[in-house]
Design a protein around this ligand. Sequence first.
Ligand code: IPE
Ligand code: IPE
Ligand code: MG
Length: 226
Amino acid sequence: MINPEGLPQHVTFIMDGNGRWAKQRGLERLQGHLEGVESVRSVMETSVNLGIKYVSFYAFSEENWNRSAAEVEGLMSLMLKAMKNELNTFLDNGVRLRIIGNKQRLSKELQDAIEEIEGLTAAGSGMTMILFISYSGKWDIQQAAKRMAEAGAGDIEPFLATAGVPDPDLMIRTSGEQRISNYMLWQLAYTEFVFTDTLWPDFRKQEYLAALEEYASRDRRFGKVK
Ligand code: IPE
Ligand code: IPE
Ligand code: MG
């Protein structure tokens, strides 16, 4: 059992390896993404049970727009479907859903669905789930710097797309890659990283609990001497 005091307030995931998972089985890449949705469900269920306040997922990066049209369309419709399917589960569990990213690039249908689901779940007080869609860390810093300058302000944080969300305490990346891939460049400044070789569709409760145990054993010093 993990001591509740050792739990992160905000866990974020770079969900990677869906394509390789599918390839290993001779399946289409989209089948890997579909199975990856089950991992999101598993992680969410465990997080709700543990009382973690913020859980976020890198679902689609700005660079992912460069994939084939078929994969991009498949991912977009999968995200739309998954959000709609889970609406009742969100409401039952007091989960507030937020989407962060350059939403202007998304289809009108997806933008409308996002607005609706964000509105319907806004009163959720249990946990905030964040999906980063069409997001990149450089985009976020650029848009924030521009708006900060326009406002003549001196602190960038209130202008970041994540304003109001505490910085991640723990970042977990699956599939063996050890990089940030243009994720929250500013917000990950003091985040603890856990990398695992497990492919995202295979990342379920036991793996998650192991990562949380690892996090609980870390000594976060924030530059100070203890
Ligand atoms: C992660 O899996 C999902 C997205 C980036 C959208 P990948 O699709 O990157 O899977 P691999 O890295 O090709 O195995
Ligand atoms: C990172 O995965 C982006 C998401 C998980 C949404 P990628 O598979 O796109 O990253 P790279 O290309 O391996 O860096
Ligand atoms: Mg990948």
